[in-house]
Design a protein around this ligand. Structure first.
Ligand code: ADP
Length: 169
């Protein structure tokens, strides 16, 4: 094969990796923000080796909250849930990494904090289902939809994280 400079191979490898990379939408709900848990929660995703590609603090309108939770509109708690999500600042984020959708859900723990394992975010930091501090996309399609709902394409930051080559080898 044609000998290419090492730097070219490195770029090609990074591009291959980038193509495999999955993204998920993670939000710290108003209870997590008000309780001062932003740094604690971000730290868990960051230390794992996932890459932050977007973040903003927003107070969603009730209509926006209804869009975000549209799948749950038939549930009895839907109205209270949307009131709650729109009651204060939400830290909206996009995290990237291999398997980040499924593993993000693992880091978060079960929906009901009483059933979340210790060591998970909800297990360690929350007590009741209506105040479970964090949201994470539950699949590839919902991740895409939620990222598109909360972020404009130009808000997703494209950069090289030097840590990534040590995380993935
Ligand atoms: P998850 O957030 O774990 O994906 P769901 O999509 O089932 O869970 O529910 C969305 C959110 O609705 C939950 O995170 C929780 O805040 C709220 N919720 C779910 N079930 C209940 C319930 N029985 N009572 C009150 N709120 C609930």
């Amino acid at each position: 094969a044609l000998a290419l400079p090492a730097a070219v191979y490195m770029i090609q490898e990074q591009e291959v990796h980038a193509a495999e990379m999955e993204r998920t939408f993670i939000a710290i709900k108003p209870d997590g923000v008000q309780r001062g848990l932003i740094a604690e929660i971000i730290s868990r995703f960051e230390r794992k080796g996932f890459k932050l590609v977007a973040v903003k603090l927003v107070v969603p309108s009730k209509e926006f909250a209804q869009k975000h939770y549209h799948d749950l509109k038939e549930r009895p708690f839907f109205n209270g849930l949307c009131d709650f999500l729109s009651s204060g600042p939400v830290l909206a984020m996009v995290w990237e990494g291999e398997g980040v959708i499924k593993y993000g859900r693992k880091l978060i723990g079960a929906t009901d904090p009483q059933k979340s394992e210790p060591g998970t975010i909800r297990g360690d930091l929350a007590v009741v289902v209506g105040r479970n501090i964090i949201h994470g996309s539950d699949g590839l399609e919902t991740a895409k939809d939620e990222i598109n709902l909360w972020f404009k394409p130009e808000e997703l930051v494209s950069y090289t994280s030097n840590a990534q080559k040590w995380v993935y080898g």
